[in-house]
Design a protein around this ligand. Structure first.
Ligand code: 13P
Length: 238
């Protein structure tokens, strides 16, 4: 199975033009490279960035757990699928922190997105406080078990291990510690389930996660807004 390299643009950039420029440059740079590449722009750009022409897949950053109805501001899995996006990020720590997502709501979202035929990038990770209190493994186990509760077929599930303290801080998790966490998470999923690392990934540190920590891909935030840097990251994972 190919490594999965995912760009999470979060709430960036501020115009369709910029989104399209970054997207086009990534697509050109990724041509012929041996990795599966997914770009997750803000949902309003899912159609505007143009489809990946078989080189890049598109993904959304969030989804609601109902099919339709009176849920102002939300988007459904069916809408994402209808835009020909293939993936959706679910349970990102920023959604858990700022938008009240819980392990239980994450589980409902994963089920609904799978039902619609989407592939999942399911985010888990401990906070600095949880890590300092020696609770990292307990937190990861709880997030995985509740998030995947009642889901037997993990074929379309990818797990992204993103320590919260490593996100957007420049303080990326060491290869050794990532390896321990990847091995720990692996106990709860299938041997073929891809486990990604995310948190201050840059081209200088990206290769180690794949080659030495045993991760099967990367979830990249800030560095994915530079096409040049993101393409270097994709290359480092080949
Ligand atoms: P950064 O790469 O900016 O640390 O963000 C990581 C992340 O949250 C990706 O989902």
């Amino acid at each position: 199975m190919k490594n999965l390299i995912v760009a999470n643009w979060k709430m960036n950039p501020n115009s369709q033009k910029e989104a399209k420029d970054i997207f086009d440059a990534i697509r050109e740079g990724a041509r012929g490279l041996d990795a599966e590449v997914v770009v997750c722009p803000p949902a309003v750009y899912l159609y505007a960035s143009g489809f990946g022409q078989g080189i890049i897949s598109m993904g959304a950053q969030n989804v609601h757990f109902e099919d339709k109805g009176a849920f102002t501001g939300e988007i459904s899995a069916l809408m994402i699928k209808d835009l020909e996006a293939e993936y959706v990020i679910i349970g990102h720590s920023e959604r858990r922190k700022y938008f009240g997502e819980t392990d239980e709501s994450v589980n409902k979202k994963i089920k609904k997105a799978l039902e619609a035929g989407l592939k999942i990038i399911f985010c888990i990770g401990e906070t600095a406080e949880e890590r300092d209190a020696g609770k990292k493994n307990e937190v990861l186990e709880r997030q995985v078990k509740i998030g995947l509760f009642g889901i037997d077929n993990l074929e379309n599930i990818n797990i992204a291990y993103e320590p919260v303290w490593a996100i957007g801080t420049g303080n990326n998790c060491s290869v050794e510690e990532t390896k321990e966490s990847v091995n720990f998470i692996r106990k709860f999923v299938k041997p073929k389930t891809r486990i990604l690392y995310g948190g201050s990934v840059k081209s200088e540190n990206s290769g180690g996660y794949i080659k030495d920590a045993g991760a099967n891909g990367l979830l990249v935030g800030g560095a994915s807004l530079s096409a040049e840097e993101f393409v270097k990251i994709i290359k480092s994972a080949e």
